[in-house]
Design a protein around this ligand. Sequence first.
Ligand SMILES: Cc1ncc(C[n+]2csc(CCOP(=O)(O)OP(=O)(O)O)c2C)c(N)n1
Ligand code: SF4
Length: 299
Amino acid sequence: MPENLFKLNAKEYILPGTRACQGCGLSLGYRYALKALRENTIVTLPACCLCVLHGIYPTTPVMVPCLNNSFASTAASASGIVAGLQALNKTDTTVMAIAGDGGTFDMGIQALSGAAERGTDFIYVCYDNEGYMNTGTQRSSATPMGALTSTTPILTKQQHKKDFIKIMEAHDIPYLATTSPSYPIDLYEKFVKAKKIKGTRYIHMYVPCPPGWGYAPKDTIKTGKLAVETGLVVLFEVENGKFRFTGRSKTLAERGNRLPVINYLEKQGRFKKMNIEQLHQLQVWVDTKWQEYLKRAEG
Ligand SMILES: Cc1ncc(C[n+]2csc(CCOP(=O)(O)OP(=O)(O)O)c2C)c(N)n1
Ligand code: SF4
C-alpha cells in the first residue's frame, strides 16, 4: 500500500488537454482511480461531464478503452462487457462503470440495482458533483438541501440528499467505499483494494465542481477537505458488511472535533439563499448521520 503520493503508480492514463473545466474535482479523482486500476481496464459511461472530459471522437486524452452508452444502461453495459470477457476467458480485465449522480441516483439506479443483485463482477463508481452539471446545474436527488440550482432558482432545494450509499449497502455487496479527490491516497488505496475483490464493488466519489457550486477553481481541494471536516462527506469503507472509518474521518471520529457545516456552506455561491432554518436542519441531519456512523464503527 502506498504511504505517500510518491509511491502512487507514476504512469498517467489521462493525457494533458482534457475538456473538463479548470479545477474540476472529477478530473483529479478519475486520474487517481485509473492509476490504481492500471492497464487492462475497460470503462463504460453515459452522457455526463466525464464524457466531456473524454473529448470528441476521434481524439481522446484517455488511455484506456471506453464505451459510451445511454443513461439507463451504464451498469447493464458493464454486465455485457463482463459476460463478453468471461466468454473469451479473459480474467485479468477490470470493468469500471462510472456515472455522475444524475446518472446513478436518478437515471441509472435500475440497471445498477439489477447488476448488484446478480453480483456482477465489476466496479461501479458514482462521481457525485451533486447536480446535473454538464447540462447547466440542474437539481438531482443528490443535491443537498438549501442549494440553488437552475431548476431550484428561487427557494433553493427543499429536500435532503438521497442516501444512495445506504441503498447500495442494502444489496449486500462485498465492497463499498466513499472517497474524495482531496484525499488522493485514501482514494487510490480504495481502488487498489476494490480491484482485487470479486463481485460488485461500489465506490462513491465526491467531486467538488467550481462552476456548479460557485467557488474559485483554485479552491477545489480546500472545498473537498471542508466537506470532510464538517462531516457532510464521511470517508469510510464497508467490507463484507464491516464498517470502518478511513483517513481524515477516522481521525475526526476519534477526536470528536468536526467543524460546523456553516464553515463549508459559506464559501459556496450555491448556498447564498439558504435560510437559518435550513441551516439548522442541515446541521441536525449531518449530526444524526454522524452518530449512526459512530455507532456502526463501535459495533
Ligand atoms: C435519457 C436522457 N435524459 C437526459 C439527457 C441529457 N443529459 C445529458 S448529460 C445530463 C446531465 C447528467 O448529470 P450527471 O449524471 O449528474 O452528470 P454530470 O453532468 O453532473 O457530470 C443530461 C440531463 C440524456 N442524454 N439522456
Ligand atoms: S461542470 Fe463541474 S464536474 Fe463538470 S467538468 Fe466542469 S468542474 Fe467538472
